[in-house]
Design a protein around this ligand. Structure first.
Ligand code: PLP
Length: 342
């Protein structure tokens, strides 16, 4: 029995065609600026997002952290959602790397509103830290792959302009927001001073992320990347996978979204789970556990039944659909879960 792995969209393995692209990649030393495949990937991304420049980095975490550091001075304050990746999964990066004070805002579905930003900007006087940055996340992982309403993002941008704040996007899954809404990647990300996007999530590349911004900002980031130890040599080997992913795997995310919907509706019918179906907007399904169930024993039971998911808080588990599970796999996963839960 083949295990159906729904832990994350990071578990995908490069397809034979992607491996072929990797094998054929032209390479050079990217720290010297000599790798044609890395340059091509950065050029394609720059076009796709209609930005001045982009930079290939090893991970989404490094992308976010380089951006935050390049924007800030120690002691500045960052506003972000309490559930954001930058705070929950990046090992205190904002304070360690950039010396940022973080103000965690409690939101509905990860949506930081313009009013919340305005209300949390501190007065300018000798007592207060300077509120200088805002970070948003789209789609929002811990809120279940939810999409930020673009009209609110635009309003947040206006407040940032009014108060001179920098606006960063953790767009690890911006591709999913793009496919689900039909809004172009350029339009979704234009309000932001900097953007970090992952190639290794739904797009199925094994490694790599990109950051995007102005030419001047990206030059600064290139230096920060070296400081982080993220300057890579014949990185065309991995950039080739990213190029393949961007060219071939964006549109098909719609299948992952349809599969997540199928899974969510099926799980919601079981007595063990309660799912807020309004929050299943892309490829993530968060299942709230009913009764005495707790994540670890339940996940062990599911694992024995051939389905993998992850704990997502004391009373929740998370399923993610991706390139390596199709509709039949999702139907089979539901069947197995039904059977092991009796
Ligand atoms: C996965 C993810 C990242 C980056 O993760 P890496 O594993 O470092 O590539 C950043 N933000 C969000 C919302 C993510 O889901």
């Amino acid at each position: 029995m083949k295990t159906i792995d729904l832990r994350s969209d990071t578990v995908t393995r490069p397809s034979p065609a992607m491996r072929h692209a990797i094998a054929e990649a032209e390479v050079g030393d990217d720290v010297f600026g000599d790798d044609p495949t890395v340059k091509e990937l950065e050029r394609v991304a720059t076009d796709l997002f209609q930005r001045e420049a982009s930079l290939f980095v090893p991970s989404g975490t490094m992308g976010n952290q380089i951006c935050l550091k390049a924007h800030s001075q120690p002691g500045w304050e960052l506003l972000c959602d309490r559930e954001c990746h930058i705070v929950n999964y990046e090992v205190a990066g904002p304070v360690v790397h950039a010396g940022l004070l973080v103000n965690l805002l409690t939101t509905e579905s990860g949506i930081i509103t313009a009013a919340m930003v305005r209300d949390n900007i501190r007065p300018k006087n000798i007592h207060c830290p300077e509120t200088r940055l805002v970070a948003l996340e789209n789609t929002h992982n811990r809120h279940g792959g939810t999409i930020l309403p673009q009209d609110e993002v635009l309003k947040v941008r206006e407040v940032c302009d009014e108060f001179g704040l920098v606006l960063h996007l953790d767009g690890a899954r911006i591709w999913n927001a793009h496919v689900a809404t039909g809004i172009s990647l350029a339009d979704l990300t234009r309000p932001f001073d900097s953007v970090s996007v992952c190639l290794s999530k739904g797009l199925g590349a094994p490694i790599g992320s990109l950051i995007l911004g102005s030419a001047e900002f990206i030059e600064k980031c290139r230096r920060e990347r070296k400081l982080f130890g993220g300057g890579m040599r014949q990185a065309g080997i991995i950039a080739a996978a990213g190029l393949y992913a961007v060219k071939n795997n964006i549109g098909r995310l719609a299948e992952d979204h349809a599969n997540a919907r199928l899974l969510a509706e099926g799980l919601d019918r079981l007595p063990a789970f309660d799912i807020d179906l309004t929050k299943v907007q892309t490829n993530i399904v968060i299942a709230n556990l009913i009764g005495d169930l707790t994540p670890e024993p339940l996940l062990a039971t599911l694992k024995d039944g051939g389905v993998l998911a992850v704990p997502f808080g004391p009373r929740r588990i998370r399923f993610v659909t991706h390139l390596d599970v199709n509709r039949v796999d999702c139907e089979e996963a539901l069947k197995r879960i039904r059977s092991v839960l009796g």
